[in-house]
Design a protein. Sequence first.
Length: 327
Amino acid sequence: MEREESSTLVEDSSDNEHEQEGEEEEEEGEQQDQEQKSNSELSEPKMRSIPSRKRRKGNDHVPVPQKGEKPDSKDLQVFKGKSDVWCTFRLWKKYNRAVCTHCNAHFAYGLSGIQSPPPRVNISSSFAETSLCLLHAAPTSNLIRHKEKCSGEPRKAVKAKQGPIDKFTVKAPQIVIVKLLTKLIVNKNLPIDIAEDKDFIEFVSALNPSILIPCKTVMTEKIDHLYNAVVFESKLLLKQASSVALTTDLATTIGTESMIAITAHFIDKNWKMVSLCISLGHVTERHTADSISSLVEVATTQWSLNAVALTTDSASNMLGAADNLKE
């Protein structure tokens, strides 16, 4: 019996010891939790709510101007904003819209439609103030886009940085310039003294001041040289022709001067029709058959031609000249 009582006493004492140890461990865990909470409160920023913007009195929605409604000058106010776009726009306070001073186009401006306050956020005080400014700042990107496209907006003149014209232009050789001017005078039947005309000189100098225009005497010589060169090339072509036909006619100019023209026609080696005016001169004598036939003979001799045909109109003097040439 004594052994059984002693064993029960030992068991009770061991149970009490285990209970005491469990209670001590729980107390230590609670203390650690409290320490962690206090440390986290010190490290984390305090909760701060952003104050909501005051709601618009009256209707819950922002009023919109009616179709075709235009603001009066009294309703427009100068808005002192940081953006340069407000130099072009004015604030229509009645509808809280920005109006263009050039075309009277108006655009929505501001955040008056925000009704609900922003949610609570766990942020620092400096960041909260910055976010609050962003919420209350109105965007001007749509106003800037309109200013760039507005037809009434004056544009700044851009000054082109242009150096001397000699740096950007290439002057042709003087020989080429004289040759082209001679070709222009001959083909367009211009007077030779155009080379000394003041308006023509100013026009050419505006294109390129470094161009030197030849005088009238030089142009006369160049035209004579061009005539001789064309005659030489035409004679070479006529030598290659196996047969040549002529046409001739008389005409009177505006100045009542009688002229005769003689044209040679032939087919070249490439089977193409070629026509060359071999004579164009004044007729000082009477328009008789003998005088006309003599002029045609002079032209054929000068060009060394053996004509096989002559075509004229049905005038009696022209028919008589053709008969004389047959003989």
